[in-house]
Design a protein around this ligand. Structure first.
Ligand SMILES: Nc1nc2c(c(=O)[nH]1)N(C=O)[C@@H](CNc1ccc(C(=O)N[C@@H](CCC(=O)O)C(=O)O)cc1)CN2
Ligand SMILES: Nc1nc2c(ncn2[C@@H]2O[C@H](COP(=O)(O)OP(=O)(O)OP(=O)(O)O)[C@@H](O)[C@H]2O)c(=O)[nH]1
Ligand SMILES: [Mg+2]
Length: 435
């Protein structure tokens, strides 16, 4: 039987840098350090070693090396780290030597974390937390990722699952002993159904969170909309302090949507510049306008831009998600009420940013969210649906038990106790090499 392959990957990104870290996991780590670094250094500390190509004996680098014997490691396997000089040729030379070593091969994205999950070091929600932590661009996202990595969701779901299993055991006892007459049907109907109802209500309440966790991961989406030449692209550039969108006095300049991610007071906000809304014969512009309307419909907030020197056109589609903003304030004949900005003079920009931040804080910056992905939500909703059927009082104890089994299973999926391989494939499709 072929033994588990030993995987290696750059863990510190690509390109020239002061130091480049390569990490390795698997059974060949020990033999590899013996060959490459003339022996395993003392465990769990960095030691300076000369690295030689095991084939040719040529010196590749003088590097800091860590030997991390399993199972108390990130993956649960033997691991090693090589902290190299970050030159391209140094790294390429060491990688070539590693690839030539028996049983060693390059890791795919997420491979280290996949092994950590398969070896029981992390559950699926904690692995997701690691992915989110690496992707976190703002403080609020980092805080949410660390909470999930810390096992907050895992512990809550495990507690719910234990209660569902408890109900299931009760229902199965009724099934097993119903012919013996010492457990009556009232035992199933009464206490068990009350406990199942309480569990269902608790999970259903957790689901009523306005998708705060998912939206914090994705970013609070603000769409800049309005007639051609309203100043959308100019405002996007001014708010994000970047020259992201093309500006011109020709109406219909913007066709493709342009997104800029910003950090507003620690919250992730995605500003979206769009095609100006108007009737048009131009097929490409019309497609841009169709996409704009779709994006407006899914936005967290729409800024409806109205130039000070033009009459206001058709009102907002969805008032509670729309802010009217007067643009080109420098061209106003008389003072304008409400939010009013000039990208030219900078007037009103800070006030508009404050207004956006306040909206984002109210919607995604509040209490810590438990659910952070659609995957968790779908599984918990399935659990609630099964418990609904239990509580509604199925005609047969067999059906009650089956629905409780489905509820337990759905909760198990959140942590990856069920169907983990398939979910890992999906999760790690978005991971970095070396993680
Ligand atoms: N150089 C380096 N930095 C790194 C990592 C790494 O692997 N290498 N990490 C990698 O992601 C992160 C730190 N996370 C880690 C999580 C668990 C273990 C680990 O070995 N856990 C063992 C031993 C715990 C202990 O000694 O207290 C265990 O849980 O049994 C290591 C790193 C970020 N920084
Ligand atoms: N005076 C003044 N002119 C502005 C201001 N903002 C934008 N403009 C001008 O208005 C014109 C249109 O600006 P854009 O930002 O391209 O307008 P848009 O809404 O993106 O237009 P489309 O992409 O065609 O829908 C340009 O000539 C800008 O220089 C402003 O605050 N003051
Ligand atoms: Mg534009």
């Amino acid at each position: 039987m072929e033994s588990t392959p030993t995987l290696f990957a750059p863990a510190s990104g690509f390109g020239r840098a002061a130091i480049a870290v390569l990490r390795l996991t698997g059974p060949a780590c020990g033999p590899l350090l013996a060959a490459l670094a003339s022996g395993c250094p003392p465990p769990r500390r960095l030691s300076l070693r000369t690295l030689r190509d095991p084939g040719s004996g040529e010196i590749l680098d003088r590097a800091l090396v860590a030997w991390l014997p399993g199972p108390a490691t990130y993956t649960g396997e033997d691991m090693a780290e090589l902290h190299l000089h970050g030159g391209l040729a140094v790294r390429a030379g060491v990688i070539r030597a590693l690839a030539a070593f028996p049983g060693c091969r390059a890791a795919e994205p997420g491979a280290f974390t996949r092994r950590a999950v398969l070896n029981g070091r992390l559950d699926l929600t904690e692995a997701e937390g690691i992915g989110d932590l690496i992707d976190a661009e703002t403080e609020a996202q980092r805080r949410q990722a660390l909470r999930q990595l810390d096992g907050t969701l895992a512990r809550q779901v495990a507690a719910w699952r234990a209660r569902a299993i408890d109900c299931l055991a009760g229902a199965e006892a009724v099934l097993d002993f119903s012919d013996e007459g010492d457990v009556d049907d009232a035992g199933l109907d009464g206490a068990l159904l009350t406990r199942a109802a309480a569990l269902r209500d608790e999970i259903a309440a957790a689901l009523r969170d306005d998708r705060r966790g998912e939206r914090l991961r994705e970013g609070f989406c603000v769409v800049l909309a309005g007639a051609p030449n309203a100043g959308k692209s100019t405002l996007l550039n001014a708010l994000s302090r970047r020259d992201a969108a093309i500006v011109s006095d020709l109406p219909g300049t913007t066709r493709d949507m342009i997104e800029v991610r910003c950090d507003l007071g620690g919250l992730p906000v995605v500003l979206v510049d769009t095609a100006g809304l108007r009737e048009t014969e131009d097929r490409i512009e019309a497609e841009g306008i169709r996409r704009t309307r779709a994006r407006m419909a899914s936005a967290d907030l729409v800024l409806r831009l109205i130039p000070a020197d033009a009459p206001a056109v058709a009102g907002p589609d969805c008032p509670e998600r729309t802010l009217a903003v007067t643009t080109k304030a420098d061209l106003a004949a008389k003072p304008v009420a409400g939010l009013c900005v000039s990208a030219l003079s900078g007037e009103g920009l800070d006030r508009l940013l404050d207004a956006i931040e306040a909206r984002a804080r109210a919607e995604i910056g509040g209490a810590d969210a438990l659910i952070t992905r659609e995957r968790h939500r779908a599984a918990l909703a399935r659990c609630v649906a099964s418990l609904d059927r239990v509580v509604a009082g199925a005609p047969l104890p067999e059906l009650v038990a089956e629905d409780l089994r489905l509820a337990v299973r759905a909760l198990g999926e959140v942590g990856g106790h069920v169907g983990v391989e398939e979910m890992l494939d999906r999760l790690f499709a978005g991971f970095c090499i070396g993680k």
